[in-house]
Design a protein around this ligand. Sequence first.
Ligand code: EPU
Length: 436
Amino acid sequence: MTDSIRVHGGEPLRGEITVRGAKNFVSKAMVAALLGSTPSTLRNVPNIRDVKVVSELLRLHGAGVDYNVESGEIALDTTSLQYADALQIATHAGSSRIPILLCGPLLHRLGEAVIPDLGGCRIGDRPINFHLEILQKFGAQVEEGGDGLHLTAPNGLTGIAHTLSYPSVGATEQLLLTGVLAKGITTLENAAVEPEIKDLIDTLQKMGAIISVDTDRSITIEGVETLHGYDHTALADRIEVGSWASAALATRGDVMIHGAQQRTMGMFLNVFRKVGGEFDVRQDGIRFWHPGGDLNAIALQTDVHPGFMTDWQQPLVVALTQAKGLSIVHETVYENRFGFTEALVAMGAEVQLYRECLGDKKCRFGQRNFRHSAVISGPTPLHAADIEVPDLRGGFSHLIAALAAKGTSTVSGIGIIDRGYEAFRDKLTALGAAVE
Ligand code: EPU
């Protein structure tokens, strides 16, 4: 498979596609299976590269992983596990940050774990300090080796009282995956409460865990001695839904997304409507379309749930280049998530980046050197270009820009997009895009 795609743009996307389970839940649910002493079944699993990466990581640790692409079912047998070294993990992890989340379950099951150098999308520094602090508080001993960080738990893991300085998704998952089998009570204040985390809590509860979530972002876990396997159907990928919906808007198209769930899309639907897009929530999905006429400029801030999620920002910004007037977007989750706009500007968009917080929320990046606010002036017709994709969501946004632009664009490095968008080439064809 080649790593670039030629897009003959300027035509609306029209048709129907299906979106399956959320990348950012499925990978964590697969890790959760390690906590169970009996096999698990996860359903609605998309055929994306991150699922392959986690499958390989689990196999390395002795788990049986059997994925049926068509039915979307993955059978995970974690009855007996074995240790894997940093080099093996690094080779299979690729750019995934999942190894850090394997630590709690592996410390419980094997008494040791290792974290090789971590990758992930190039959006800011993406540190792991929250994770290490949590693991150490639970009782993990961390030693630096030449190949990564080695963790052991000579005295087992014991429940903690912890407060996050920022409601990090990964750190909350770390605490859940470690706390469920730790001795005694674990509490977390200022937890992330994304729908993917709620689905992880539901999964852990099916396995025998005792977890309660309060309305004030606090989580309490009563540690149990053992957990068993689960049978669970993953929630839909709300980032993928938002991405295709934004593509429909930017190309003046009409896309029915089977599998899309309103309950996970609330803030996106509000914004989509304010921009001037229309949608219809149906029994089995959501139809999104451009009603004709001008789109409206808006002011928007990304935030943790229940706010407008950062991963919707990049695809929507492409649609905002087609809205009439000045749109303002303040990114408060990642310090460096506007790099992708450089290619949009090269294609004719007018986007200016600012270090200031252009929104009513003063965020962590305000007095620092990060260009984390964008002003987009539209509508600007986009013209074709040759683009190299920077990261997963930025890459999909470039694809949207190429679809909206008149002429033939070449988008290179699209392998990154396979990390999180199932069969996106087939879906483009199903929506009538002229791509090679
Ligand atoms: N942070 C720290 N220290 C840490 C961990 C995070 O400072 O130890 C900071 C990050 O640098 C960032 C903020 O906290 O500024 C939020 O990061 P978070 O931990 O919430 O993100 P994550 O768990 O690493 C997940 C998703 C991301 C998504 C974010 C926010 C997965 C595999 N990744 O990342 O998804 O953007 O939550 O919702 O679940 C994507 O799918 O393309 C993607 C990047």
